[in-house]
Design a protein around this ligand. Sequence first.
Ligand SMILES: O=C([O-])C(=O)C[C@H](O)[C@@H](O)C(=O)[O-]
Ligand SMILES: [Mg+2]
Length: 458
Amino acid sequence: MSEASNSSNPLAPTEPLAPTEPTELTANVAPASTSGRSRLKITDVVLTPIAFRDPPLLNSAGVHEPWALRTIVEIHTDEGICGIGETYGDIGHLERLRTVAPALVGLDAYELGPMHQRVAAALRGQTGDDKHGLTGKISAPGTVDRVYSAFEVACLDIQGRAVGRPVVDLLGGAVRDAVPYSAYLFYKWAGHPGTEPDQWGEALDPVGVVSQARQLIDQYGFGSIKLKGGVFPPEQEVDAVRALRDAFPNTPLRLDPNAAWTPGTSLKVAEDLDGVLEYLEDPTPEIAGMAEVAAKAPMPLATNMCVVSFEHVAPSVAVNAVQVILSDHHYWGGLRRSAHLASICEAFDIGLSMHSNSHLGISLAAMTHLAAATPNLNYACDTHYPWNAADDVVVPGVLSFVDGSVAVPAGPGLGIELDRDVLGRLAENYRTCGLVQRDDTGYMRKFEPTYERKRPRW
Ligand SMILES: O=C([O-])C(=O)C[C@H](O)[C@@H](O)C(=O)[O-]
Ligand SMILES: [Mg+2]
């Protein structure tokens, strides 16, 4: 037991969970374990911001820029075991990672509770933000979870490597050997303005959307489809979904306009697509709006916008705002806390799916271990991976899609290795690409100067 334990309450945590104004960081966090057990002491935390190519994917915030940003996290230990994680690359998030990293040195890689406390203490109540708002409002506790997540994944990688077991075993063992993902369709331009069309081509109408679905399904074997909407007037997106239904009569379909519609518009679309969608994702903003739609919609409503942190769950349950939550370990506080979310969903009979932003193979591996260990994950997971796979930092061979699913890596830890040549190249991209923050709206305005981000828009 640490010297700092609270003598009046034997169950109190050894230290405050999130002191907002600590005078001295070291005086407000749990000390490293002194029990004499063998340790895996963290000796260094290395953060590498990277940039990789991203196609012009359209959404309710604007359009993806030519580069997507991420940060690769490497944690080193005194035993020589190193673990890796992947997280957002926006400058504000990167600065928060940089603030926290030195505070983790000296911890044991098994001390994840104390690590969460140290992250909270180092952040001193900061609240993150982003320019796209596609994952809802970010709170102070949500900011801690976003920053902690990649460090937690890297430590689970270390733990697995240390004991020779895959991360899925640390999460309770695999309930499935392979994790199904869905084809993630986007309206898109043929290429970034001023460049040649990319391999995917244009998708701005039902014909283009169906052809994109065919490409993704032919290449990856996906067994379900999600269309990112919120780009065109809802009637046009309904037509695209109907075209998908005609082209793929037995494939589960989802539509996600990222809160671009009023509750009234959402209900109209929900009625139009009755019997066509397995769920309708974030048709309208906020818990109250979603509850209004959910009360009459014929299909379940899903979210990765109005329930994005633990404090949102109770208010949402109280009004039955959503019937499916899209988890995402990058902002729900890593793999273990995402497993807690899964238990909460089970308790409240809420469905569970998985959200994705632009990402590479470290995230895909982590998502796959988590999903494989989560019995009540009842839907195929989202993944952007096909859009960004050409630039993966992971050594090829382990992560591949067969019939739309990724087999759980069998090697110790995450079961993957960093390709250092690619990492170096993507780090150089970051230094030269001129972007430090994702700005879909700003990029759209370069081509449509009057464009505004509006939620709801219709
Ligand atoms: O709502 C969602 O599913 C997303 O936020 C996924 C991605 O962020 C996607 O919309 C994007 O990157 O344009
Ligand atoms: Mg969504």
